[in-house]
Write a protein that binds this ligand. Structure first.
Ligand SMILES: Cc1ncc(COP(=O)(O)O)c(C=O)c1O
Length: 404
C-alpha cells in the first residue's frame, strides 16, 4: 500500500477536474484575447470558472476575482502593491503580519523591510494563533495593511478572521488573508467576513499546480504587479491560462459542494488517526485544539524521534508525510511554527505533519497507524537521547500544552 498524507503541500488533481481541463489543451487552445472563433470558443468556460469561484467563496458582483500563477504571486501582489499605493505614494509606513505566515508572505515582508517599511511580526499563542485583541494592539495610524493567514499550513489552526477583519474595518486598515489552507477545506464566505484581499491556490484543493487567484473586495484599486497586454481588466497581464482556469473553477466547485459533509468524513478519519497515535504512544503531542483546526491536519511531535528520521522510515513504508511546509523541509532546521508556539528545540525537531484529503481511505488510516507505531518504536530504540519512558496511566501523551 502507498499512502499520501501530505495534502497541505499539494493534492492529487481530481480526475473530474482533469477531464474538464483536457479540451482546452487540445481542441479549444485559442488565445481568449483573439477575436476569431478559436479564441472566443473558450469564453464560456472562463465565465463558468469565474462564476464557480464567486459562488464557492460567497463573493458578489461588486467584487473581483483575478487569476494569478499561484498564491505566492497573489501574496506578493497584495504586499508589494499596498507598499506602492499606501506607503511609497501615501503617508503610511507599517504592515502587521504574524511570525508563522507562509514564506511567500514572510520573505516579501523581509524584502519590504529592506525598502524601509516597518513590519510587525505578531507572536502566536500556545495554540498557534494570534488573537484579535493582539492585532488591535499593534495597529497604528501608520499601518497600511494587516496580512494574516486564515489557516496555518503546518498546524491547520484557524485564525479568528472575522474578528480581525472587523478590527481592520473599524481602524480603516486594509486586511489581506492568505486563504490557501482554508479555501476548499472549511466554509469561507466573503459576505460573513470583512476581508479586502484573499489569496487562493488551486493545487491545495485537487486542482492543478501553477494557478492561483486573488479575491478583491469591491474591486478596489490595487496597482498591478504584472504590466503588459491588459488581460483580466488590466489587473494582471499575461495570456489567460484557460485549461488551468477551468481546472481551478471546477476543483473549487467540487471541494465546496456539501463541504460540511466532506469535512465530517475527513475529520472522522483524522480524529481516529490522532486518537490511535496519542493513545498508543508515550511522549507524543499534537499541536492545537483539533476543533479549531482544518479537519484534515495533524502536527504531531514524538519526543526522542527526529522528524527527518521519522519521514525516512515512513517513506520506506511508502507513506508520504512532511516535517513542515514543503518549501522549507529540505533543510534540517527545527519546525519554525513549533518554535513560535513555544516548543523547546528538541521537540521542534520532531514535528511530523500528517494531512489527509477527501481521497484518504479508512484502510490507509489503519495502515498508517500500524506503520507509525512501529517506526516510533524502531527509532526510539536506536535513539541516544531518548530513554524509553513507560507510558503512565493518563500518560504524557495528549494535546500539546507547550509553554513558553
Ligand atoms: C499558507 C500558504 N500560502 C501560500 C502558499 C503558496 O501557494 P502556491 O504554491 O500556489 O504558490 C502555500 C503553499 O504551500 C501555503 O500553504
Amino acid at each position: 500500500m502507498k499512502v499520501y498524507l501530505d495534502n497541505n503541500a499539494t493534492t492529487m488533481v481530481d480526475p473530474e477536474v482533469t477531464q474538464a481541463m483536457i479540451p482546452y489543451f487540445s481542441e479549444m487552445y485559442g488565445n481568449p484575447n483573439s477575436l476569431h472563433k478559436f479564441g472566443t470558443a473558450s469564453h464560456p468556460a472562463i465565465t463558468k470558472a469565474i462564476n464557480q469561484m464567486y459562488k464557492a467563496i460567497g463573493a458578489n458582483d461588486k467584487d473581483d476575482i483575478v487569476f494569478t500563477s499561484c498564491a505566492t504571486e497573489s501574496n506578493n501582489w497584495v504586499l508589494q502593491s499596498v507598499w506602492i499605493d499606501k506607503i511609497l505614494n501615501g503617508d503610511k509606513n507599517h504592515i502587521v503580519t504574524t511570525e508563522i505566515e507562509h514564506p511567500s508572505v514572510l520573505s516579501t515582508c523581509k524584502f519590504l523591510e529592506e525598502q524601509g517599511v516597518k513590519v510587525t511580526y505578531l507572536p502566536v499563542n500556545d495554540q498557534g494563533i494570534v488573537e484579535a485583541h493582539t492585532v488591535k494592539a499593534f495597529i497604528t495610524e501608520k499601518t497600511a495593511l494587516v496580512s494574516i493567514m486564515w489557516a496555518n499550513n503546518e498546524t491547520g489552526m484557524i485564525f479568528p478572521i472575522q474578528e480581525i477583519g472587523e478590527i481592520c474595518r473599524d481602524k480603516g486598515v486594509l486586511f489581506h488573508t492568505d486563504g490557501v489552507q482554508a479555501v476548499g477545506k472549511i466554509p469561507v464566505n466573503m459576505q460573513e467576513v470583512h476581508v479586502d484581499f484573499m489569496s487562493m491556490s488551486a493545487h491545495k484543493f485537487h486542482g492543478p499546480k501553477g494557478i492561483g487567484a486573488l479575491y478583491i473586495k469591491n474591486s478596489q484599486k490595487l496597482t498591478p504587479l504584472l504590466h503588459g497586454g491588459d488581460q483580466m481588466g488590466g489587473r494582471r497581464s499575461g495570456t489567460l491560462n484557460v485549461p488551468y482556469i477551468v481546472g481551478m473553477g471546477q476543483a473549487l466547485e467540487l471541494a465546496t459542494t456539501n463541504i460540511e459533509e466532506k469535512m465530517a468524513t475527513i475529520r472522522a478519519k483524522r480524529d481516529r488517526l490522532e486518537d490511535a497515535l496519542l493513545g498508543s504512544l508515550s511522549d507524543v503531542f499534537t499541536v492545537g485544539d483539533r476543533n479549531n483546526r482544518t479537519p484534515n491536519t495533524i502536527l504531531i511531535s514524538i519526543r526522542g524521534v527526529e522528524g527527518e528520521g521519522m519521514l525516512w522510515d515512513l517513506n520506506n513504508s511508502l507513506i508520504g508525510a512532511s516535517t513542515g511546509s514543503a518549501c522549507a523541509s529540505e533543510d534540517l532546521e527545527a519546525n519554525s511554527v513549533m518554535l513560535a508556539i513555544g516548543a523547546d528545540n528538541e521537540l521542534a525537531h520532531t514535528g511530523i505533519r500528517l494531512s489527509l484529503s477527501r481521497f484518504t481511505t479508512d484502510e490507509e488510516i489503519d495502515y498508517v497507524i500500524e506503520r507509525f507505531q512501529s517506526a516510533v518504536k524502531r527509532l526510539r530504540a536506536i535513539s541516544s537521547s531518548y530513554a524509553i519512558v513507560q507510558p503512565t496511566a493518563g500518560g504524557a501523551a495528549g494535546e500539546c500544552h507547550i509553554h513558553h
